[in-house]
Each structure stands twice: as C-alpha cells, then as structure tokens.
Write a protein that binds this ligand. Structure first.
Ligand code: G1P
Length: 306
C-alpha cells in the first residue's frame, strides 16, 4: 500500500512554537507527531510512504534518515522502533514549493502513486484506533472499490473548521457523498459529518484535482476536488472506531500529551497527584504559566511539601 502524508502546512495555529520548526516535529510524550503518523501507515500495511514537505521542513527528512551519531552506536534502544519503521517502509519526500492547498499537495504524488489507489493521512493528526484507521478505510475501499474518507460528528460551532459531507447513509455509518463543502458556515448545511483527514483515493482524484477551481485564498482544497469526483464516480464517507487528535489545535495537543502520559503506568503514578492538586485549586489561582502569581503559588506549594 502506498500512503501520502501531506506535511507542508505552515503551522500558524501553533506559533510561536512553529516559527522555526515544523509542527509535525512537535513531540507528543516521547515522539514527534509525524512518527505516530508513519507508525499508523505502517501498521495499516504501508510499504511505501511519500511525505509532502515544504520550506523549513528539513527536520522531517532528518528524522527518518540514517544518523551516524546515533544509529551506529547501538547505544540508544529508544531509536530501535524508529529504525524498524524505516525497515518496513520506504520513505520518500517531495516539496510543495508554495502553500497552494491540500489538493495541490496531494496532487504532487501523481507520478509516485500512478494508477494505483493510495491512502492519505495528515501529518499533524494522530489517530488512536484499533484496527488502525487507515486499515479500516482500506478494508472499506476494497469492498466498495471507491474513494472513501473518515468522518465524525462535529459540534455546530466547529463546522467551519472542517470539510463537511452531506450524503445518504447506505449502510450503518457508511454514507454515499452527495455534496461536500470545505469549512462552511453552519447555516449552509444541516450535516455535522466532518472530514477528519484520512482518505483512500482512487487514482481518478488527480483528474478531479485538475478540474478543481481554487478557493477565495487561491488554494486548491481536496474537499472541492472530492465534490468534482462525485460527478464521475461514487465517493463514500465512513465513521470509525477510535480517537483522533488534530495536533494543529494546541488544546488537542495538550490533551494528547496528557492522555498518552496517563496511559503509561510510571507517568500515571506521578501525574495523578499533580492533576488532583490542580483540580482542587480554585480557578482563581490557576494562572497562565510564567505569570508572577503562578510562580509564587508553585514555589509556596513546593516549599510546603518539602
Ligand atoms: C483539512 C481539510 C478539511 C478537513 C481537516 C481535518 O483542513 O481541508 O477538509 O476537515 O483537514 O483536520 P485543515 O485542518 O488543514 O485546515
């Protein structure tokens, strides 16, 4: 299975952390986000991965490259899993020269995937699913022989952050797409089925991208290309089992760190008293990190405990 991972976005929602490092390299617990995405692809059966990068994203290439300082010494068992991933799948890179939208980034894979169907996972989204989300989608693709994407119910106030699917539910959780709208106003659609950013495409998506018009910002949106594709062939959306962490959102990044840490027994034992203390404190005393009051409170508490 070939998988394309667009990772060219500027990460503006995460500034200043992403001013000089790719958002895909932000760590969640002990690994950069992109490593989780590659792990999901490999666990889903990928043996060939194309990562679409852009300016300022060299760290992504370095992460999956051989590094003589670390790799040859055998001293770092922490790197063994990463080495294993690279043994399972060939990882290639292509650069998107200008930020011209997700469909433009996916379009850069055309020569690479050729006439085969292929999976797409976003480089800033971790899916915790069993079976892995892309595997679930691929199995669905094999039954339907049609493009299929993952969707989940989103709150009305979040509709404008998502591609939204309107369609007919043909079997439980599987919708044949009729209309797709990129980040609409909630008043424009009654649907609350948000596209989560995991897809399996037939190769026909490339000709649909060619026929897609840029949006108001001059970007080519994959949701608009999917709308074009619905005129040519069936396109499906499916709900899935599992949890998605869109790391482009700083709250969800924080949530992912907390939940992942909580899943590790040794971290959980140390986190629990901290979380309990935070919950006990009145909301008045919880101030942004670094504010004079919060530093004083922290010192006082530590002093008290020592
Ligand atoms: C992209 C897609 C959007 C999808 C979203 C999921 O938007 O364009 O259709 O719902 O990913 O995260 P972005 O979040 O990159 O702005």
């Amino acid at each position: 299975m070939k998988v394309v991972i667009p990772a060219a976005g500027l990460g503006t929602r995460f500034l200043p952390a992403t001013k000089s490092q790719p958002k895909e390299m932000l760590p969640v617990l002990d690994r950069p986000i992109i490593q989780y995405v590659v792990e999901e692809a490999v666990a889903s059966g990928a043996d060939d991965i194309l990562i679409v990068t852009g300016r300022g994203k060299r760290a992504l290439e370095d992460h999956f490259d051989h590094s003589p300082e670390f790799d040859s010494s055998g001293k770092y068992p922490e790197l063994e899993h990463l080495a294993e991933l690279v043994r399972h799948a060939r990882i290639h890179f292509v650069r998107q020269r200008e930020p011209r939208g997700l469909a433009d980034a996916i379009g850069l894979a055309r020569q690479h995937t050729g006439s085969e169907p292929f999976g797409v996972l976003l480089g800033d989204t971790i899916n915790v699913c069993e079976p892995p989300l892309l595997r679930q989608l691929w199995d669905r693709y094999e039954k339907l022989q049609a493009t299929v994407m993952a969707v989940e119910q989103v709150a009305a106030e979040k509709v404008h952050d998502y591609g939204i699917v309107e369609g007919k539910e043909e079997s439980p959780g599987v919708f044949r797409c009729e209309r797709l709208l990129e980040k609409p106003d909630p008043s424009e659609t009654r649907s609350r089925l948000g596209i989560t950013g995991a897809y399996v495409f037939t190769p026909d998506i490339y000709s649909a991208i060619d026929r897609t018009r840029p949006d108001a910002r001059g970007e080519l949106q994959i949701t608009d290309a999917l709308q074009v594709l619905t005129a040519d062939e069936p396109v499906y959306a499916t709900t899935f089992q599992g949890t998605r962490y869109d790391i482009g959102d700083r709250f969800l990044w924080l949530r992912a760190n907390l939940e992942f840490a909580y899943g590790v027994p040794e971290h959980r034992a140390r986190l629990r008293p901290i979380l309990e203390r935070l919950l006990e404190e009145s909301s008045d005393s919880v101030r942004p990190h670094g504010s004079p009051r919060s530093r004083r409170t922290h010192r006082q508490k530590r002093g008290h405990a020592e």
